[in-house]
Design a protein around this ligand. Structure first.
Ligand code: WT7
Length: 635
């Protein structure tokens, strides 16, 4: 009997040790006992980090939607699978049962087929948090099409880049979306994007806000009439365990976004197993993750992980501040939410609003609180623990990444004693390593270094879409035989991990992973800009905010600097999206560069943080004077 549900600390250590000593036996037992396979594997694991190549459950066949839907029909057919809570509290919630989900996914899958989508084709999904989003994801998986969900807050340029990178054939979108009191015209963003996407043959449009929109004849079609006509029977496509399930883009420290490729079997096993344990999920729980399905958190812990366990997963369309900052608590009370999983940036924003909005709600259903996306600071941790959890709902601070597919370091609630700001212990099967500057592994406790993972786990991304070299360079070349995460971490005296933050040029703003390079590229598109550098600085609510140093071209004309600032943020909004806008823009005549031309971001970061007491060694700079100039004009 595999230990699918860990219940106390001794058991954690025992299962952890087994998962490290005999990883293949361990994962084989989990896979065998808890999932539905059309054919069992020939090999549990084969791997070589030098290539890098990782295969789990090779030879096995399955369809993930049979595991997430069909197999629950006999035992949980009428149970709510997806509990949709609309943007407006006045619109009733929608309870989609497993049976209804089955019908809707099958119908959607048949629509995709009728439109010529086949196994292996890429389908771009650009939808707000409405049921069609989860359903279209599952419909793709049903027929073996590879979904590429693009967060519906991304701009048309960002959308076009992602569509073209993975050669998508179809886009699924909606007429628009609700966001608090605002509506957003999603379809026109898609139309703009598609000007540059010759590979798109068809666009399916869900009706949400009932606005007048342009429909391009021969390309665009309303979804609902097609669904009405479609058969509700669609045989699941039989997939190999290592067939791609989806592509999800994440920003890199350089250049264009990376299309992380996740495959089917291992991803399913790991997301389901982590979900069960990290949230201590029980049959009648109502689990709510506030993330958007456009991010990995939503893929793994709104859709696949919960549904694979036959859970009820809440899907919220709106924002935490609408109609007021009490909305989250209203929803917890209304649906008697038992597990609540959100991001530190949301916690900090809500903490600012005081506790009155919490106190008027009954949050006694809550059992487990989760945090994800960035380090949670001590103050936010305590506020969350005291006011939301009333000191008796453990906080699981879950560290992981788009690339890891599932939670990697996290307490197991009621099992692992928590410690503020610590993600605590590696999850079952995960072998972290901390590396020093010289590339040596730091052994023992009370050490701090760069966080790597030494051994494969089932849900790791297998490659970057059409760019395996970049996958190797980014993750497997910094340290031999190890996956490098890009994060720094420390291990305390009892072996608990605390993530200290990114050590590369990725900045986490409000839990969103942003690369400096694409933002700088967007700024440099402004006709008046000659060069720029972006760094992060601490921000009360967002965790980090962005500070841009910008050199303007010398055209002899005078310019209104505030206008240029606005235009720069406009450029960023168009190229990436509003999440990447700069909080501060300092115009400067130069940037601190080394003789080889590399910008010394370390110095810019310190200036942005108003910490100029010790700038370290500036002797290798080409022009050390420029540093004083930047300090004198800092914002
Ligand atoms: C980066 C990955 C995986 C879900 C959402 C983000 C940071 C994530 C934590 C945490 C400290 C965290 C890391 C990581 N991060 N969770 N609990 N404590 N940092 O996915 O966009 O791929 O970003 O988010 O820096 O590398 P992502």
């Amino acid at each position: 009997m595999s230990n699918y549900h860990i219940k106390h600390l001794e058991e954690y250590y025992q299962v952890y040790r087994k998962s490290i000593r005999e990883p293949e036996n361990f994962w084989e037992e989990v896979a065998e006992e808890h999932f539905m396979w059309r054919k069992k594997w020939d090999t549990v694991l084969s791997w070589d980090f030098s290539k890098p190549e990782v295969k789990w459950f090779e030879g096995a066949q399955l369809n993930i939607t049979e595991n997430c839907i069909d197999r629950h029909l006999t035992t949980r057919g009428d149970k709510t699978a997806i509990l949709f809570e609309p943007n407006s509290p006045d619109e009733p919630a929608e309870h989609i049962s497993y049976k209804q989900l089955h019908t809707r996914v099958n119908k959607f899958a048949n629509v995709l087929k009728a439109k010529g989508i086949k196994k292996g084709d890429r389908v771009c999904i650009y939808l707000p948090m409405i049921p069609e989003l989860a359903i279209s994801v599952l419909a793709c998986a049903r027929i073996g099409a590879i979904h590429s969900v693009v967060f519906a807050g991304f701009s048309s340029t960002a959308l076009a880049t992602r569509i073209n990178d993975s050669d998508c054939k179809m886009v699924i979108t909606s007429d628009g979306s609700y966001r608090g009191a605002k509506t957003i015209d999603l379809k026109s963003i898609v139309d703009d994007a598609l000007e540059d996407c010759p590979g798109i043959d068809s666009v399916l449009v869900a009706k949400r806000i009932h606005s007048e929109i342009a429909m391009k004849a021969g390309r665009d079609e309303w979804l609902q009439p097609l669904l009405d006509e479609a058969s509700s029977v669609c045989e699941a496509e039989i997939m190999n365990a290592e067939d791609p399930l989806f592509i999800l883009y994440t920003s890199g420290s350089t250049g264009k976004p990376k299309g992380m490729v996740h495959t089917t079997g291992g991803y399913m096993v790991y997301t389901a197993y982590t979900f069960k344990n990290v949230f201590q999920y029980r049959e009648n729980d109502v689990y709510w993750c506030t993330a958007d399905i456009g991010w990995i958190t939503g893929h793994s812990y709104i859709v696949y992980g919960p549904l694979a366990n036959g859970a009820t997963s809440v899907m919220f369309e709106g924002v935490p501040s609408y109609p007021d900052f009490g909305r989250f608590w209203e929803i917890v009370e209304k649906h008697k939410v038992t597990q609540f999983y959100t991001a530190p940036t949301a916690i900090r924003a809500l903490a600012k609003e005081g506790v009155d909005l919490i106190e008027k709600r009954d949050l006694s259903s809550l059992k487990v609180l989760g945090s994800v996306g960035e380090p949670i600071n001590e103050e936010a941790w305590h506020w969350y623990n005291d006011n939301v959890g009333k000191k008796n709902s453990p906080i699981v601070d879950t560290w992981w990444q788009t690339e890891t597919g599932g939670i990697m370091i996290s307490p197991i609630p009621f099992v692992t004693p928590t410690k503020p700001t610590y993600a605590t212990l590696p999850f079952i099967g995960i072998q972290p390593a901390l590396m020093d500057e010289a590339g040596e592994e730091l052994k023992g406790n009370q050490v701090e270094g760069r966080l790597c993972i030494k051994f494969p786990w089932p849900s790791m991304a297998r490659t970057i879409w059409k760019n395996h070299e970049r996958y190797k360079d980014t993750y497997f070349s910094a340290y031999e035989n190890k996956y490098f995460t890009g994060d720094g971490a420390l291990r305390d005296e009892v072996g608990y991990y605390r993530i200290t933050g990114r050590v590369d040029d990725v900045i986490i703003v409000s839990g969103h992973n942003l690369g400096t390079a694409p933002i700088e590229d967007a700024i440099n598109e402004h006709p008046a800009v000659s060069e720029s550098a972006v760094v992060g600085f601490p921000h009360d609510i967002k965790g980090n905010a962005l500070y841009g140093y910008v050199i303007l071209k010398d055209t002899g004309e005078s310019r209104d600097q505030n206008n240029v600032r606005k235009e720069i943020n406009q450029m960023i909004t168009e190229h990436i999206g509003p999440i990447a806008k700069l909080d501060k823009i300092q115009f400067t005549v130069g940037l601190p560069k080394t003789r080889s031309g590399k910008i010394m971001r370390r110095i810019l970061r310190k200036i942005a943080c108003k910490d100029v007491s010790n700038l370290g060694d500036t002797s290798t700079l080409l022009d050390p004077e420029v540093v004083q100039e930047i300090i004198d004009n800092a914002l």
